[in-house]
Design a protein around this ligand. Structure first.
Ligand SMILES: [Zn+2]
Length: 74
């Protein structure tokens, strides 16, 4: 399935990308997010489910990279 870029009509391919996700005043960098990326202009497209997952991640207080030694039960 090939998607066309909304802006430049370039080819959009699925890739795992790093996202700078802004949530309120916080900025979270989330890696390995599956997104459609335009080969021409670099515009990123996210599935609504992926977007919701990122929102949850950004809204949560859990810091996956924090080295506090604390263990969170999920
Ligand atoms: Zn494009």
């Amino acid at each position: 399935m090939t998607t066309e870029c909304y802006f430049c009509k370039g080819k959009v391919v699925e890739k795992k990308v790093k996202v700078d996700f802004r949530w309120g005043r916080k900025l979270k960098v989330i890696e390995n997010v599956l997104a459609g990326v335009c080969q021409q202009c670099g515009e990123k497209y996210f599935h609504s489910t992926v977007y919701r997952t990122m929102e949850k991640l950004a809204a949560s207080r859990a810091e996956p990279t924090a080295k506090t030694g604390a263990r969170h039960a999920f």
